[in-house]
Structure formats: C-alpha cells, structure tokens
Design a protein around this ligand. Structure first.
Ligand code: FES
Ligand code: FES
Length: 184
C-alpha cells in the first residue's frame, strides 16, 4: 500500500494513548477491531442504523461505522472495554449499567449489547443521579439502538435498575460522616 493511502493517527483509547498508521478508507470500527484488537465493538448494519458499533468519542455516543479512523486523530475514545474502572485491588468494577444488564437479564446473543452499554452509560453518567429516572428518559436512552432478540423490556428494566443504583450511590456520597456511620 502506498504511503498516501495511509495516515498516522494518535488517539487515547480507554485512557491509554495509542498510535497507529491506518488506511485512510478505514472506518473507526475497522481500526478499533483490526488495529487495536478491541473486538467488543460490534459491526452490524455498517450504515448507522443499528447502533451496535457505538463508542464514545470525547464522551459522546458515536456510530463508529460512520466516521473514518483518520478523523479521530487527537480524540478520546471509550469502547465497551473501557466502561469498567479499576477497583485499586487489582480488579475491575463494572459500570452500573453493566451490572444491571447482568442482574436484569438484558441480553441474549449479546451482539447489540456493547452499543447499548456505551450509549446508556454515557446517558446515565451525564444526568443528575439524585433525580429518579423517568420513563421518557429511559425511552430516550434505548431509542437509538436495535436489539433483535432480547426485546426492550429487560433493557429498560436494566436502565431503571442502574439509575436506582447510581441514585443510592449519590445519596451515600452526600451523607455526612456521622450519617454514613448510621447508614451502615
Ligand atoms: Fe454502525 Fe449499525 S454497525 S450503526
Ligand atoms: Fe441479541 Fe440484542 S441481545 S440482538
């Protein structure tokens, strides 16, 4: 391949600076899966409809099948592999929506799941966790992604469950130390 058909890019993926030289025709989804080995990003329709390829670009849900990898130079990308956080004991803590999917049986084949998780995580992280989530908000969170086998009832249930968990977490975080002692 000639040099003008490739370009060097520098990105931060899941908090880690990464560099690569990629074909200019590659989609972000191609680069994530084939260059960076992050196969949690699934490619379904490849034209922006199903949402299974959704990742966060600078915190915003983005169809990785609709942007070129070279457009991502200098940007910050979070894939489904980056939703969990270190627990500072050598392990990882899942994002509340990941826990909620497990708890509420919100997946079957799992093909659509990474796109739902990244989209919903961004939506939940952006809202005030102390406010109870409404049905309209839940509809909004799941409305841009397609699932062909689970059905949406359990996915919506997982949204409500995660929002409730985050609400509890927010309550504990605002307790004074003496109240926290009482809450134990
Ligand atoms: Fe990107 Fe369907 S694969 S939206
Ligand atoms: Fe199979 Fe959603 S869990 S497509």
């Amino acid at each position: 391949m000639t040099a003008d058909l490739e370009r060097a890019i520098s990105v931060v993926i899941n908090g880690v600076p990464r560099g690569a030289t990629v074909p200019v025709r590659w989609l972000l989804s191609d680069a994530l899966r084939h260059e960076f080995g992050l196969t949690g990003t699934h490619v379904g329709c490849e034209h922006g409809v199903c949402g299974s390829c959704t990742v966060l670009v600078d915190g915003e849900p983005t169809r990785s099948c609709l942007v070129l990898a070279v457009q991502m130079d200098g940007h910050d990308i979070t894939t489904v592999e980056g939703l969990s956080r270190p627990d500072h004991q050598g392990g990882q803590v899942l994002h509340p929506i990941q826990e909620a999917f497990r708890e509420c049986h919100a997946l079957q084949c799992g093909f659509c799941t990474p796109g739902f998780l990244t989209t919903i995580a961004a939506g939940l992280d952006a809202r005030d966790p102390s406010v109870e989530i409404s049905d309209d908000e839940v509809d909004e969170l799941v409305g841009g992604n397609l699932c062909r086998c689970t059905g949406y009832a359990n996915i919506k249930k997982a949204c409500r469950h995660a929002a409730a968990q985050m609400r509890e977490g927010a309550k504990v975080a605002t307790l004074a130390p003496e109240d926290e002692e009482l809450a134990r």
